[in-house]
Structure formats: C-alpha cells, structure tokens
Design a protein around this ligand. Structure first.
Ligand SMILES: CC(C)(COP(=O)(O)OP(=O)(O)OC[C@H]1O[C@@H](n2cnc3c(N)ncnc32)[C@H](O)[C@@H]1OP(=O)(O)O)[C@@H](O)C(=O)NCCC(=O)NCCS
Length: 158
C-alpha cells in the first residue's frame, strides 16, 4: 500500500477528529472544530499521510512570534493505529522540521508515551521540563521537549 503525503485540508477535519478519538481517548481528543481553527490560523503548517485517499496520519506545527527569530511548537501528530510502525510518523515529523529549521522547536508529550519520545529524541529533541498534570482529563504529566536549529546544535557541539 503506497502512502502519499501532502497538505491537510479543512475537508479532512472530520477524519482527523475520528483519529483523535482513537489515539487520545482519555486525553481530550480534538474535535473537528479544533482542526478547522488550526487550519485557519495562518501561522500553522499541517501535513497529511493518505492511503488510497483516506487520511491515515496528520501532523501540525505552529510558528510563534511575529518577527524572526521565530520559535515553533509542534501541536499534534498522530498515525492511525493500523498504520503505525511503518515510518509514517517519522516522515511527517521530518516535513514539519523542514519548515521550522531556522528556529527552536518545542513540544509537550506524555511522560509515558515511549514511542513518541523515542521518535522525538531520534531527531534531536531533548527533555527540558516536566509539567505535572498537564493533561486535564487524565491528569497525566508531560515532558516539555526542545530542539535547537541544526546550525546552533552544530556550533555548540564539542
Ligand atoms: C507517535 C506516533 C505518531 C509514531 O508514528 P509511527 O508512524 O508509528 O512511527 P514510525 O513508524 O515513523 O517510527 C518512528 C520512530 O518512533 C519510535 N517508535 C515507533 N513505535 C514505537 C514503539 N512501539 N516503541 C518504541 N518506539 C517506537 C521509534 O523511535 C521509531 O523509529 P525507528 O523505526 O527508527 O525505530 C504514533 O505512535 C502515534 O500516532 N501514537 C499515538 C498518538 C501520539 O501519541 N502522538 C504523539 C503525541 S505527543
């Protein structure tokens, strides 16, 4: 099955909300209107992975600040459980990193989400903070993770 990658559109909001309920059942899954708001934002970049036209993955990042140097925040990433473990999450994350390569990127992730933490660490994110009871519904804790732009990371390397 070949997977194609491209922009996420408003027409995908229903499917994304469906995937959110599957992926984040106890953690306030985003409803359709949250995706509409994100896509209307103008400061966000969202990508989709599709199998036979059906969205099987989505990921988005926001640019923070009005003038450079910008910071960025990864808002969400998810892959249909039936399609996980095939490189789709990594491919979408790399696409987000490309648009944010000039700035520091932040994200929050549940402290028990080992697959996501492993993925983030593999592309240069490091844990910089712990937010207790960050997730309102489940009460789960989150790590804040940060990734410096590659040029800074290289300059500071010993
Ligand atoms: C996190 C998520 C997006 C990864 O997507 P994916 O398509 O399954 O991931 P990939 O196949 O691209 O794997 C990328 C890396 O993730 C890590 N990973 C993926 N599944 C893993 C697992 N079961 N255990 C440990 N690490 C895992 C590995 O580092 C992997 O790299 P490798 O294949 O080189 O070892 C997916 O698991 C998901 O949708 N999870 C539920 C939603 C979620 O938690 N989103 C993140 C919120 S912060």
């Amino acid at each position: 099955m070949s997977i194609t990658y491209g922009p996420l559109t408003k027409a995908d909001a229903v499917r994304c909300a469906e995937l959110e309920s599957l992926l984040f059942p106890g953690d306030d899954p985003w409803p359709e209107r949250a995706f509409h708001a994100e896509l209307a934002g103008g400061h966000t970049h969202y990508v989709a992975a599709r199998a036979d036209g059906t969205v099987v993955g989505y990921a988005g990042i926001a640019q923070l600040g009005r003038t450079p140097p910008y910071e960025y925040e990864i808002h969400t990433i998810g892959v249909d459980p039936e399609y996980q473990g095939r490189g789709i999450g990594r491919r979408m994350l790399e696409q987000l990193l490309e648009v944010a390569d000039d700035g520091v990127i932040f994200l929050e992730v549940r402290t028990d989400n080992e697959p996501a933490i492993a993925l983030y660490e593999s592309v240069g994110f490091v844990r910089v903070g712990l937010r207790k009871r960050y997730y309102r519904v489940s009460g789960a804790d989150a790590y804040t993770m940060r990734r410096d732009p590659p040029s800074v990371a290289k300059r500071e390397a010993p």
